[in-house]
Design a protein. Sequence first.
Length: 481
Amino acid sequence: MRALLRVGCLADLNGRNLVVRIVSDELDHPLLPEEHPQCAAHLFSIVETCHHRPDGLPALLFVLEQIEPGTKAMAEVRRIITEMSALDTWSPGERRRLFAVLAGVVVPDIARIYQTVAGANAPQLRAQTTYSEVFLALETLNAGPDGVPKPLIFVEHLAVRVRSDLAAELRRWGDEQAARMGVAVELRAVRKTIVSTSSGASAESGANAYLVFQLQYEGPSTELYRLCHWRQRDLSIGWYPKRGSDFVGKLDEIKHRVASLVEAAESDWAPYEVDIRVEFFLPRELLNLDVDQWQWEAESDFPEPMGCHFPVCVRSLERMVARKWHRQWYIRWKRLMNQVRDKNVLTPEAGFWSKPGDQPNLRQLTSYFEREPVVVAHVLAAPPAATPASFDEVAVGLRAGIPVMVWHREDCGIEEFVATAKDLLHAEAPGRLLDRVRLVRADAFANDARQPHVGSHLAVLWDDPERVVVPDRPGPPEEVD
């Protein structure tokens, strides 16, 4: 206090009130210290009010240095306020990177999260607080016995409340800070507790495990393909698929490589009660590949199609990398999940059926999807072409965010296919849609090969925006396979 008493602009009441008004403008929030005729008492009230805000003391220092720069009194004030303020645990660049991830993200209960993390005796924040205010306030508080800074715990609470791709970015940021500070193990323990408390999901029996492939042409040649793959057994702490080594080869070699990787997953995950799901990210020119009919064992005297043994679906490689299409994708996926969560089927208005044999009017199709946000599934008029036009009905659906597409790989007008697709999408039946698709494919395998069955040609695009794979995604935490 003695240092502030020597600052000239704070000597009289009008000067002190002027400083309070300027600091309020800097904070974009009114400061309401108790006004005292005695200088020392008034200064104490100003300092106490500023100290209750995470950015209050730095703002006070900034204003005073603008009014009285370079004085001996200000040098002492600067030293004292710096000691009172929290040490910078991370650089301004890291802080900006975090807030860039959170830009536009709405978590309505951040004030309550702050109280949970900070404790009952922490400084109060306004009800409509911001991420930066919470973060700065938590920086002024000591870590708990585990040594994890409270801002990192706050970020973990945010991660369980946002989309999985944002959660992965937030956890990546937290992992990097924790590793630098030597509390990586402790942060993972905190993360497990928060995830368990928020959802109760902890590698439960019957959970899904994923083996994800990405297949595309290698260069201009149509003979060579590049196969990438990821896998993850336990999704209880988020989507962190582990990437394996790429493989380049001809299609027969690719099929053998896929079977070897599927075999390996079956062997490695044998002790766990998980349902293995196999997915293929494909470009449009490869969407009609019969990947579900590829055998799942590398060597077998009696090969079984992969689609009989596992739920197998295809996904769109183009949409995964086209961020501009993701907003509608997320919106329709959420609507899809709300429907299948209740009854495992879609309402009739949630599906759109293109007329087989007709050339789709892309303008009308685009207009329909724009006017009907309830549509989440599209039954195609024809299978995707191996040499697609720059835009076709598949591309229109991908851009509109349609997460489910169904087609027959040879003829979408076959009556058996139409009836099967209606049953899969709209008829109440036990099991999830992809599980029912697997049963249809298994029925097809039981048929005589000379009698074609719709299940051998049934293709389903089931595209989850919350589980994408990207080359720069970090590796999973140690406990995630």
